[in-house]
Every structure is written in structure tokens, then in C-alpha cells.
Ligand binder design. Structure first.
Ligand SMILES: Nc1nc2c(ncn2[C@@H]2O[C@H](COP(=O)(O)OP(=O)(O)OP(=O)(O)O)[C@@H](O)[C@H]2O)c(=O)[nH]1
Ligand SMILES: [Mg+2]
Ligand SMILES: [Zn+2]
Length: 430
């Protein structure tokens, strides 16, 4: 089935299927007004093969589709399944890239097993960046060898071609963040004898550099962060180890902060980044200043391996799913997401933040009507200091991400019908 309206994951332009451009396949058809002289020409086709593929001017059969506004290639799945955008926002060094890698890795592992939902790359070349991060962290050939943290995943650069595509608009080169696109589809199970495509989504994630949210670094109108308006789920990554008062709280309780990250000016302004995110979301979605969004906002408190001792044991994490009574036709047990556990954890963490980083809670709750606080660790293990280099290191084989999948599973449960089932321990009703 083809969607009536398609959303471009590069520039968020919404268009109808018949407006779609095709990418010429003949090697001599080069040059495009948006993408430059080397790019294959984009065109509106008039000749097709019996199989439905377009023929370019020189008779070559084309396979790639492109957006009528920015001309960048859009995977076919985006024409069939509705998009589900997630925006990941946070200060430089707050752990966004690590989080992206570990969350994607955990969703790949757990969604099929727990919820009979497949989670796969839509098109390999789109996800190279995150797949590269995942390889470093989870399939590293030197998994036993401790590696410096800033080498496993490197800092995201504001203008790097790995993270952005460049498009010419009105004679000016403009950056578009590269989307990472995943197909999320219910599989057949006893609850879902005939899984419906209505619940399938193309999940679009972006790895922005922290600097893109500091208003003095990039103009507020920067198209790099316009995905905020489209997102159903906003993840604000707050790193408490970069927050002066929180930092002091940890020191006063003799909790060591195993980190090389400097407490610099950008880090001290984490709540301003959250406020900037709120303002940009309002502006891009035409909301009044001060209005609250109905998008789900999760304050993801990163690096729990460092500050976790502040949580009481009951609220520290642990299994986030429980078995649902009915066994599936496939002989597998279906699981449900434990909302009771997630909400209790959120309340406890909110209390800790109220005591030590109140401005974050105020900014979050002033912006969204649904706010959840989730502590995560992309490493799941404390780094240790290499005696020779004094750098903090971790052996990839020891990495066991902790609760990184929870914010996204929660967002899917709340916004996509019949995909991720959830329940509460006592009533366990779905
Ligand atoms: N202890 C611990 N440190 C982490 C964790 N995740 C990230 N870090 C550390 O934080 C540093 C920054 O993480 P990144 O994921 O690169 O941060 P970022 O938000 O992408 O930063 P920019 O790309 O500069 O915006 C890493 O080099 C690690 O040293 C974690 O789960 N636990
Ligand atoms: Mg980064
Ligand atoms: Zn586009």
C-alpha cells in the first residue's frame, strides 16, 4: 500500500506520491540543481517498465526515488509505512551518540523477542553511522582490549559529511542531518494472527551535534533541528555528571566520577539547551510561546553507571518487561512493558533532580504535559582509569547497556496503536 502523503526524512517536506522524483540510472545523466554536478539527475518520469520502474531519458531502468523538495534519496519503505520521528537533544558530551548506538543495538535484540516486532535497517547505506558505532561497541574484534571512551565513539562534528547531506537552496549550500531509518513491523503471533501494516512504522532518528542546540553556535532557523516539529517522542539527554550541583552531590557522598569530560560552559547550560529545544519545537510547529506540547518528552539521565548509587535499589532498573500469561502460537512467551516500574523509577528520579537540578524539571514540565524521567547507562559498567594514559577506558566485551531501550519502547507504546503492549504488575491488564 502506498501512503497518500509521504514525509521526506531529510527535509520533512510532505508530498503526494505522484510528485516523487526518480533518480536517473544511466551513468551519463549527471547534474542536479539541488545536489550539484556530480549527482545523478532527478526527474519526473513519463515512461515506465511493465514492472512499474521508471525509465530515464536514455532508457535506463531506475530504482531510486527522491524527494521533490530536497532531491535526496528516500527509501521505498517511507512510501509504505508512516514515519515515526525521534529527536535526540542534549549538550555536547552528554552521551547522545553512545545512547543512539546502544539503544539501537538493544532494540534490535529485544523487540523481536519481547514483543514479536521486527526492528531492521530500511536500507543499509542510510544507517552506516550508527552501524559503525554499534560495531565499535558490540562486535569489536578487540572486545577484550580496554579502549578509551572518546575513541570508541567520536565526538559528533557540526558540519561533518558523515552526519549531514548538503543541499543547494536558493544558491546556498544548506545542511540536512542524515536520518537513520529503521523498519518497525509487528510479526505474526497468537495476539496478532494477521499483523496489520497500520502499526508498522519507519523510525527516523537523528544524531545531532550538541552544538546545534546552542543558540549562539547555529542560527535558530537552522534546518538541522527542524525534525523537532515532526517528532512524536523528544529525548532530552541530561548528563548529571556535567552539572555542577549534581557533581558536588556525588562528591559529598563519595561517589567517584569516572569521566574525562570537562565541566565546561556548554555543559553548565544544559537547561538552556532544553529551553532552546522547547522554543524551536514551538516555532517549527506553529505553537504559541509558552504553550505545552502534547509530544512525549523523556528526560533521559545518562551515565547511570556513575550516579546510579543515588537511586534506591527498588528504583535502580532491572527487568522492564514481564511475561504475559498467554503463550503465543509460536510457542514463545509474549512480554509486556512494565509501566508501573517505569513510572515509579521516573518519580524517584524526578525527586533527585528536584533536589539537585531543579531547573531541568521546571524547563521540562513547563514545555510538555507528559514528562518521564529515565536513568540509562549506555555502558552499563563503570569505566576504569588506565594507569599509563590516565584516560578512562572500557573493554567492549564488558558493555551491557542498562535501560537504554526503555524511553523508545515507552514512546512507541504511547503513540503507536497495537505495537508495544504494556501493563502493570498487579492488574497486568493491557
Ligand atoms: N560512564 C559513562 N560514560 C559515558 C556513557 N556514554 C557516554 N559516555 C562518555 O561521554 C562521552 C561523550 O559521549 P558522546 O555519546 O560522544 O556524547 P554526545 O552527546 O554525542 O556529544 P557531541 O557529539 O559532542 O554532541 C564519551 O566519550 C564517554 O566518555 C555512559 O553510559 N557511561
Ligand atoms: Mg555525538
Ligand atoms: Zn526532502
Amino acid at each position: 500500500m502506498i501512503l497518500a502523503r509521504v514525509t521526506c526524512p531529510h527535509c520533512w517536506h510532505v508530498f503526494q506520491a505522484h510528485e516523487t522524483l526518480w533518480v536517473a540510472a544511466h551513468p551519463s545523466l549527471r547534474g542536479d540543481p539541488r545536489l550539484g554536478d556530480d549527482a545523478h539527475t532527478r526527474f519526473l518520469p513519463s515512461r515506465f517498465t511493465p514492472g512499474g520502474g521508471a525509465l530515464d531519458e536514455l532508457g535506463a531502468e531506475c530504482t531510486n526515488l527522491a524527494c521533490p523538495a530536497c532531491h535526496l534519496v528516500i527509501p521505498r519503505l517511507c512510501f509504505e509505512h508512516a514515519p515515526w520521528f525521534v529527536s535526540i537533544v542534549g549538550a555536547p558530551g552528554s552521551g547522545k551518540s553512545y545512547y543512539l548506538a546502544s539503544a539501537v543495538q538493544m532494540l534490535r535484540r529485544h523487540m523481536p523477542d519481547w514483543f514479536q516486532v521486527s526492528f531492521t535497517d530500511t536500507q543499509a547505506d542510510f544507517n552506516q553511522l550508527v552501524v559503525g558505532y554499534e560495531e565499535q561497541l558490540f562486535v569489536n574484534y578487540n572486545a577484550h582490549k580496554p579502549a578509551a571512551l572518546n575513541q570508541l565513539v567520536q565526538k559528533t562534528q557540526v558540519q561533518s559529511p558523515e552526519h549531514h547531506s548538503s543541499v543547494i537552496v536558493a544558491g546556498q549550500s544548506t545542511l540536512r542531518p542524515r536520518p537513520m531509518l529503521f523498519s518497525v513491523r509487528p510479526q505474526q503471533s497468537s495476539d496478532r494472527p494477521q499483523p496489520s501494516d497500520q502499526s508498522s512504522r519507519v523510525m527516523c532518528l537523528y544524531d545531532n551535534a550538541g552544538e546545534s542546540f546552542l543558540s549562539d553556535e547555529v542560527a535558530a532557523a537552522s534546518p538541522v533541528t527542524q525534525h523537532l516539529a515532526k517528532a512524536k517522542l523528544l529525548l532530552f539527554l541530561f548528563d548529571p555528571t556535567l552539572h555542577a550541583k549534581f557533581h558536588n552531590l556525588l562528591s559529598s557522598q563519595n561517589i567517584p566520577i569516572a569521566s574525562d569530560m570537562p565541566l565546561d560552559a556548554a555543559a553548565r547550560r544544559q537547561h538552556l539547551i532544553l529551553t532552546e529545544m522547547a522554543n524551536r519545537t514551538r516555532r517549527h510547529s506553529g505553537m504559541a510561546a509558552g504553550a505545552k506540547t502534547d509530544k512525549i518528552l523523556v528526560v533521559v539521565v545518562t551515565k547511570k553507571d556513575l550516579w546510579g548509587p543515588l537511586l534506591m535499589r527498588d528504583h535502580a532498573g532491572g527487568p522492564v518487561v514481564m511475561d504475559m500469561k498467554a503463550a503465543t502460537a509460536l510457542g514463545r512467551q509474549s512480554r509486556v512493558l512494565r509501566l508501573d516500574k517505569i513510572e515509579a523509577h521516573s518519580q524517584r528520579l524526578r525527586q533527585i533532580l528536584l533536589d539537585s537540578a531543579r531547573e531541568i524539571v521546571d524547563a521540562a514540565e513547563g514545555f510538555a504535559s507528559t514528562v518521564l524521567y529515565i536513568g540509562v547507562s549506555s555502558l552499563g559498567v563503570q569505566p576504569r582509569q588506565d594507569p599509563a594514559s590516565k584516560k578512562w577506558v572500557v573493554a567492549p566485551q564488558d558493555i551491557k547497556p542498562d535501560w537504554v531501550e526503555v524511553p523508545i519502547l515507552y514512546g512507541l507504546n504511547k503513540t503507536v496503536p497495537n505495537l508495544i503492549t504494556a501493563g502493570r504488575a498487579q492488574s497486568a491488564k493491557l
